[in-house]
Each structure stands twice: as C-alpha cells, then as structure tokens.
Design a protein. Sequence first.
Length: 474
Amino acid sequence: MFLQALFTQKATMPDNSSKGDNNNTISNNHVMTTNNTPAPPTAPTATNKRVVTYCVLFLSITMMLSMLVFNTTNAGNKTTQSRARVGRKVIAEEGVLSKPSSSSSSKRVVSTNAWKQKEIADEAEEEKYFDDNVSITSDTTQRQQQQQQKQKQKKKKRERDRFDEQNHVEFKKINEKAKKCSLIVASFYATKPGGFDRKKGERCNGCHEPPVFITFESARIANKNAQNVCVAILTDEETEIDLSKPGMDFVQIHRFAGLLDRTKIGTGALMLERMKLYNAFIKRARDNDYMADLLMVDTDIVFIGDVSDLFKTRNFDYGVTIRDNKAYPVQGGVQFVPRGKYVGAAKFSDHTLDMWKEDLAKTGKEAGFTGDQAAYQRGLNVPASKIQQLARGKKTVDLPVVCGHTDAEAVTVRMIPGEQYNFVPTGNGQSLKKKDIRVLHYKGGKKEGMFVPYNAMKKSRDVADVFNLKKLVV
C-alpha cells in the first residue's frame, strides 16, 4: 500500500518541464495528447529509480527486523517454559505443590494430574535414555580396551619374534661354543642404557656398577690350567654390554627374552630376576646337551685360585655355600651345578623359585637383596639354626631335598662352608694363602677393591702375586 500511494502521489504532481503546454496530461506510465491518442511510453526518470531503490531497501530492513523480533520472542518463551518446568519439578519433589482449591473446576484437577503424569513419564524416558547410553558407552569402552590389549600382545609377540630372528644366528654360535666348554663361569648382569644417572654420594641399592670384566679375567687366569674354561654373561635382550674392557672378547653373552622385569633394576627385587635367569640358564644347558660344570657367581667376585675341587665328585645336583650367620646362613653369591646333573638342578631351582614367588604373593612385599638367601634356606627345608651349625663345623654336607609334592623324587643339594669359595676380603695376601682362599667376594661398597688383586695378577697372569699384597681393599 505504501508503494501504491507513493506512485499515485508521484503521478498527480505537475511536471515543471511541461509548463508551456497546458493541454497535455502527464502520466507516470504514458502521455495523453489532446486528441486522446496515446503517446509512446516514456523511459523512467532518475527520480523514479531512486524511489524504487529506497522502497526495496525499506522492505528488506523491515523484514529483517520482524524476523529478529520473532526469534527473540520465541527464545524467551522457550526459556520461560523451561524455567517453569524446572520450577514445577522442584516444587513437586519438595511436596510444596498445593492441591487445587475447592473453587477450582474438576477440569483443572484432571489437567493438573495429567501434567504430573506427563512429567513423570518424561523423567522416566530421560533416565532410560541415559542408562541405555551409559550401557552402550561402557560396552564400547570395554571392547576398545580389549582391542588395545590384543594389539599390545600382538606387538609384543612381533618384537619377541624379531628378537629371536635377529639373535638366532648369534645364539647358535654361542650355543656351539658352550657345548665345547668344560667349565662355564657365568654371572647375571643387567643394567640400564648409559648406566645409572645418580648424583655423587647418592645411595641406590643395586646401582653399584662393578668392573665385571675383572670377574671373568680373573676366572680365566686362576683356572688357566683347566681346559676349555669359558666365561658368560646372563642378561636380557636390552642390556648394553661394554666389550672394550680386557678379556671381554672371550665372554659368551647368553640373552633371555621376556624373563627379566627391567623395572626391578636398581632395587633389591633384582635378586628375584637373577634367580629367574639362573633357572633359565640351567634349563638351556639341559635342553642343549651342554657338557660343562656350571659356576654361577656375582659380578663382584675375584678368583684367586682353582675351583675345580668344587666338582671333584659329581654325586649331587645343586651346590650352595653356607656361613655362620643366624639370619641368612645360605649365601647366594656362589652357586654351582655339575655336568650331567642339569635335570635335578632345574627341579631344585624351580622348587625354590616357586616357593619364593608364593611367599611374595602372600605377603604382598617386594623382594629384597637378602630374599634369595631366605628362599634357598626355605627350599632346603632345614631350620636356619641347623644350617648355621653345619657352617661352623666347616664340613661339606649333601642334603636330600624333595621338590614339589611329597611323592616327588628327591634331589641332592650340596652345602659347603663359604669361607674358601665365598670369602669377604680382610687381612692381607699371606692370610689368604694360609686359609687356601679361592674366591674373593667384594660386597656392597667394596667393589673398587676388586682392582687390588686384579692389578697384582694381570701383569704376570699369575695369582701368586696376590699373596704378596699387604692389603686387599682400597
């Protein structure tokens, strides 16, 4: 209507350009002549174009404002309805919703009850929807976790297969060498890449890094008269070993995959990991037909004498050293197995390891540095006081041990006094000679002292120079 009125007003206005001819009537669309003959349509003027543009612009603005007002009003209504719904729900839950007055009609009462029922139905539907979604989400999460677990297992198996494939040739070579040995001196060794990052003076149980090459070099020097004496490291697939030290080029590296828990490195629980690898090494000798006596020692050992007397008789399955100590009479630093007795040795090793694991599972405690000593004593099934008494007598004792159930066949464990083959250094070289000490054990913080006897024997390649030392520690 606005547009029509605007055009009508424009059509009735006089045109200043036509003042000289009063007989002509001016129209917005065409011009009538005096003889009523229509003239051809005239082109729109600039004024008419501006009017049309303004009208379109005005209409656009008007429509935009109308839509904005409509949306705002609608949103406000929804907010009001939502607040009202929440308010009614709260009131209903609190029991404050008043009953309809007596003056209210029955129609109002029915409407109120219907509203309550609808609210309850809506809430039940929402709860059902929420429970269904939670159930679906839980099932989905469980399936995802199962898939992730399967992927981890597959990845671990691929890594294991890749490790076995890469080390198959190396293992085969080492295995062939081990079959030619008459004596294998083996030490468990596991460390972190680059060693242990600790400050000077900071205590770290198990972080002492002994010069392990001294153990192997001294074993070869002290037993040079024996034929085919071999040295070996028992470790996992990740431990880095420095082969640049003297004599390390003779070391056989026996790696075992999937046995060692590397989180225990640097803790007392590493003793349990050592027993696991000792067990695996004995079984490797059993399954691959080794023909060597096995001597398993700590990495802080220095040999200053021949150890062949340990295997002079081979009528036992497993050997340990004992000492006069009330708490821990069985030592773990030196253990030995004669050739041909790997089957019985594996049984005793399994027996001791299983009992230790059971004890740890019951108590929930972490294995400590002395845990293996307690485990061997329990595996022997002899009171600690009795073993201590045997150590005082300085006699070798062969003990039958039933491994597993009571009807199992017994194995024989040999216990020898540890003074001769597991001696903690004191005194001087002459005292060692008098006592016929064969093996020195530099425990704990005494590991730097290993260089004292080693430096004495390395030049002449003879242990006789050790007995001239005035002191044995740094």
